[in-house]
Design a protein around this ligand. Structure first.
Ligand code: PEP
Ligand code: MG
Length: 846
């Protein structure tokens, strides 16, 4: 049976429409409602997850027609499609028919056993009767819509898959956009609202960038065309008033969308003049900053060409400079996390790139050029190649190449890397900042960043976001002429920049800044509250630690316990294994810091990337697949039993649990438990107290453990999933090898499915399951991990407030739907896009 879904901002309105429609057919049609939002203070709104659930509730292969009221209802409906499977999506039709009349007409048609096409046609023609009665000529020429129901968008695709209008009645015009900023937000909005005034179906494409046609009534789609000054656009229209629509749009474009370009360009700014005005750039990192300008210019190193005789030493000189640059980059990389570290990983790869080194080598050995000149010429060529590409993201990579190139040049010329040194809190203004400059900014002094180059995808923007510094990029060059000390205000969320803002603007911006800071403080202030979703599901948030100092930080940040104590730190940087007494003292000290909170002590996980000579661990050709973790301990029982005794003794009077790493088989767990029992027996005989009820768990971090999780679950009290290792073993991608780092993304559905399988096996056996890999601190992963049913997340202490806050904003039922959808995707990127789209959508709603 055909299903009907009514999407409205108002619960009452939707319920009324359903009642009215159902009454026409004595309730024989499946009608579901998705209306209002779960916010008592502001109940009007729409929610994609509700729409998805409504569709699911009336779904059948006969099809579902979705009718919406306006605005975000349409966005939510489109977003909901993304939660459905590919096959389901094909059967869903978002229909532009009027809500009340359309719902009634569709209901009657569905009850009469019509096909989905007929039901849609009925809904679309629903105004005819009313119009006839009022004597109004209504346009019903919508046949094209039926051929091209807007119901499916590929999740990964940012482009619309709208088909070009091909009807013989289609009229088309081609125009040049000449306003200064092209189809940026305001002109795009005017374009869309003008198009929407007509009944004709209108589509537009960027001819210069050779894009597909997109719907002219979608602000998002029009914005994705990237229309800039001088670009040609083609507009196609079909329908009774197509000609009139094209004429109106032509006029709009000819009038520069009603924009007075001089509004956007401030008068030439004399250094000391008082300037009023506002500039528009590209939002790069959200947040508001109000502070004096600090003009920063990176002076690129200039080099001269000369002939060298000793080409071998010249090459060696370059190698040394590359080596120094490599070390600098490695230390920058070590101070960043996740995507941010990847920026410097990419820089390091540039330094190893044979396609770069070979031409330099040629220049030095064949043309006897000095290293500086050979290097700079090659770098400039490469950067130029990127810069001339159409794709903005690829263009941005030119900046990375130049950054790496300058780093090596500075080293070759003996210039130490400049660091921006500020004497007072300021907004740094520059043509561009390199990722290296940005990573080294003193966040206590740099309140904002404003650059004339760059895009939201530039690494400078990515780093600014990770550092929490508001940033606007792509600002008109007039900004570069401001005198140091001029007061500037920027809003990194909207891309607006105010030169010498007036008191009203300052007050408004300060209020906005306050609100954001408060949200951050709120996360910090509520860090000590339990992490409970909006619908009441609690997740335990614990910390991963490696020392007593870490334990203190963890408690300060709201950890409810320790989910992973990596005991390796006790064994590193020494020449003999730690004694039982040494270990006992440390475990006990940590347990005392934690007070009554739980402490999971993981037994020695040595080997892999942590070899230890004095333990007799020698180089292996595949150390991650070698004698690591429990494998080593079971073979070195004296060392293992010493640790077990220390842990057991510390457990007395504390909440200690023990956990074995790198478990691949049931026999390993049984062997480890047998040794534990031996040690317990010895302690009992010696009248040494320990916690007789201490729980025993294992890390699930090897694919075999996932596969036999049901068997392992009968052996232990809990599981903790180690996604750092699990992803490297599932994806066969060494976690220490940056060249395959992308592959080892723990958000890959292959890893997520393993997590899901492990959670299900644990819960079926009645044991709890946590996750202690880095994934637990990735904001994108939080809805998925909650949705997959994990009982505990254990993460680095710094991330705890943010993760708790993120959980408190979630709805567990919605999270489950997201997780289930993520399991059906085919890439980690797809999963990231799914969650980001949802986060953005929710931000739009609030
Ligand atoms: C893991 O593998 O996810 C984990 C937490 O352990 P480690 O990173 O210490 O190997
Ligand atoms: Mg591990």
């Amino acid at each position: 049976m055909i299903g009907i879904v009514i999407v409205s901002h108002s619960k009452q309105l939707a319920a009324g429409v359903r009642e009215l429609a159902a009454q026409m057919v004595s309730g024989d049609v499946a009608i579901a409602v998705a209306a209002g939002i779960d916010d008592p203070d502001n109940p009007l709104g729409t929610d994609a997850m509700q729409v998805y659930q409504a569709i699911e509730s009336v779904y059948s292969d006969d099809g579902v027609i979705v009718l919406m009221d306006l605005g975000s209802a349409l966005l939510s409906a489109e977003m909901a499609l993304e939660f459905l499977s590919e096959t389901q999506r094909e059967k869903i039709y978002l229909c532009e028919a009027p809500l009340v009349e359309g719902a009634i007409a569709a209901t009657i048609a569905a009850a009469s056993g019509n096909s989905i096409e007929q039901v849609i046609a009925e809904a679309r023609g629903a105004l005819t009767a009313k119009a006839e009665q009022l004597g109004i000529d209504v346009i019903t020429d919508r046949s094209l819509s039926l051929l091209n129901p807007r119901h499916v968008r590929d999740f990964d695709s940012s482009k619309s898959n709208n088909q070009p209008l091909t009807d013989s009645h289609t009229a088309q015009i081609q125009l040049t956009v000449s306003n200064r900023l092209g189809l940026h937000a305001r002109p795009a909005a005017r374009f869309v609202t003008t198009a929407a005034k007509f009944h004709a179906q209108i589509q537009v494409r960027n001819v210069t960038r050779n894009t597909d046609f997109v719907r002219a009534d979608s602000i998002n789609q029009v914005a994705t065309l990237g229309v800039r000054q001088g670009h040609e656009i083609a507009i196609a229209a079909t329908g009774i008033d197509a000609e009139a629509a094209l004429a109106a749009l032509q006029e709009l474009v000819a009038n520069n969308f009603g924009e007075n370009d001089s509004d956007l360009i401030p008068p030439v700014i004399a250094a000391s003049e008082t300037v009023e005005g506002e500039l528009l750039g590209i939002p790069a990192s959200s947040g508001v900053a109000i502070a004096p300008v600090f003009q920063y210019r990176l002076t690129s190193v200039q080099v001269e060409e000369y002939i060298v005789e000793d080409t071998a030493s010249e090459w060696q000189r370059l190698q040394t400079a590359i080596q120094t640059a490599t070390q600098d980059l490695q230390s920058l990389q070590a101070n960043q996390l996740g995507d941010e570290a990847e920026i410097f990983t990419a820089h390091l790869l540039v330094l190893q790139d044979p396609a770069l080194l070979e031409p330099v080598r040629q220049r030095i050995f064949s043309h006897h050029q000095n290293a500086e000149f050979a290097w700079k010429s090659t770098i400039d060529e490469l950067a130029h190649n990127f810069d001339t590409l159409e794709d903005a993201y690829l263009q941005e990579r030119a900046n990375d190449i130049t950054d790496v190139g300058q780093r090596v040049l500075r080293s070759l010329c003996g210039i130490t890397t400049p660091i921006i040194e500020l004497t007072q809190p300021s907004i740094v203004v520059a043509t561009d900042l390199t990722p290296s400059d940005t990573a080294q900014l003193d966040t206590t002094k740099v309140l904002g960043i404003c650059t004339t180059r760059g895009s939201a995808t530039s690494h400078t923007a990515i780093l600014a976001r990770s550092l929490g510094i508001p940033a606007v990029v792509g600002v008109p060059a007039a900004i570069l002429h401001l005198a140091n000390g001029t007061l500037l205000a920027i809003d990194g969320a909207s891309g607006r920049v105010w030169l010498e803002p007036d008191t009203d603007t300052i007050t408004t911006l300060q209020a906005k800044r306050e609100a954001k800071l408060q949200a951050q403080h709120h996360a910090q202030a509520t860090a000590h509250q339990p992490a409970i979703t909006r619908d009441g599901k609690r997740i335990t948030i614990a910390a991963n630690i490696g020392s007593v100092a870490d334990a203190k930080i963890a408690i300060k940040n709201g950890a409810e316990g320790v989910g992973l104590l990596r005991t390796e730190f006790l064994y590193l940087n020494r020449t003999t294994a730690p004694t039982e007494e040494e270990q006992f003292a440390v475990y006990q000290a940590i347990a005392e810091v934690l007070d009554r909170r739980a402490l999971i002590v993981r037994t020695l996980d040595i080997g892999g990337d942590k070899p230890l000579q004095y333990l007799g661990l020698h180089a292996e050709s595949n150390p991650f697949l070698g004698k690591r973790g429990i494998r080593f301990c079971l073979e070195n029982q004296d060392i293992f039993k010493t640790q077990l005794r220390a842990i057991l003794r510390a457990s007395y009077g504390h909440q200690i649990k023990i956990m074995f790493p790198m478990i691949a088989t049931v026999q390993e767990v049984q062997a480890a438990k047998a040794l534990l029992v031996q040690v317990q027996t010895q302690l009992r005989q010696a009248n040494i107290p320990f916690d007789e009820t201490m729980q025993v768990g294992i890390m699930v971090e090897i694919p075999s453990a996932v596969a036999i999780a049901d068997q392992l679950a009968t052996e232990v009290n809990f599981f903790s999933i180690g996604t750092n290792d699990l992803s490297q073993y599932i994806m066969a991608a060494d976690r220490t090898n940056s060249q395959v780092a992308m592959l080892a993304d723990a958000l890959h559905p292959a890893v997520l499915r393993s997590i899901s399988q492990t959670v299900q096996a644990a819960h079926s056996s009645g044991i709890w399951v946590g996750l202690c890999g880095e994934l637990a601190a990735d904001p994108v992963a939080i809805p998925i991990l909650v949705g997959l049913g994990l009982d505990e997340l254990s993460l680095n202490p710094q991330a705890i407030p943010m993760v708790k806050h993120a959980i408190s904003e979630l709805n567990a039922v919605e999270a489950e739907a997201i997780a289930q959808r993520a399991l059906t995707l085919n890439s980690a990127q797809g999963v990231r896009a799914l969650v980001s789209a949802l986060i953005n959508h929710q931000a739009e709603l609030h």
